[in-house]
Design a protein around this ligand. Sequence first.
Ligand code: NAP
Length: 285
Amino acid sequence: MAQIIDGKAVSAAVKQEVADEAAKLKEEKGLKVGLAVVIVGNNPASRVYVNNKKKACEAVGFQSFEYALEESTTQEQLLDLVNVLNRDDRVNGILVQLPLPKHIDEKAIINAISPEKDVDAFHPINVGRIMIGDYSFLPCTPAGVMRLIESTGTDITGKQCVVIGRSNIVGKPQAMLLLQKNGTVTICHSKTKNLKEVCLGADILVVAIGKANFVTGDMIKEGAVVIDVGMNRLDNGKLCGDVEFESAEKKASFITPVPGGVGPMTIAMLMKNTLTAAKQQAGIE
Ligand code: NAP
């Protein structure tokens, strides 16, 4: 039976590290770390994420600046705001909550954020830096996954790592981070043939598909470390991962639950990136 990886506990430890360092920065350098969060429209899920980010800022001692804009906000107006925030010294990190309303080009907005303040690490410059292993920020979810794997004491070097999903925000950067830790990495997607056989070869399996209970126990190698990034809302309102937990936990050595696994890590890593941004902008790191 697998050991459950407690994402809440690991994320609390990351947030505590960040809070301690933020307090030290304030005391020794008079620096108050600031994160600006921009939300456009009334997407209820986005609203929840933004509130959670605000709460996390408070918990680690950051200032948070929230900009809640009307659904009808134009792309130009949003770009103007991003440019103001790029120049605002109180703001060390800028996060524009995605998805944006359809009339706004997300790429144009991401590209407008100063790479030094791009704490989501979505700007092409930061994506490129991750490719060459010379980065300041890592995208929050894959960085959180790495921290969870690390918490199990698993050495990634030489391990067969399988990532299911090739999105720009999870799958691709995840594969890159595992590669940087010397994993032998396979990326799977919707066109992959023999997915079950590929998964059965995985010592470390990271699943980021967006399909409830897609990966079942018979696809998991005995003793594998299984990380479930999926967050799917079932008809009964319950949150559920991409991995069928009951059958998977019988095969895995370690497994993340949903909720309480990867989810809490994403915000913790966002706080860590914002701290890093503040230090770099102050010439400390
Ligand atoms: P996405 O952009 O929709 O990408 C899904 C990926 O899964 C695609 O690469 C797709 O392949 C692949 N896929 C779909 N069906 C498949 C199948 N039958 N077999 C193999 N691969 C398949 O999703 P995402 O943004 O990466 O998110 C994935 C999941 O993670 C979602 O549930 C999301 O809610 C969750 N998530 C959680 C967090 C968190 O903080 N915990 C953060 C981000 C995302 P193709 O490329 O071929 O279409």
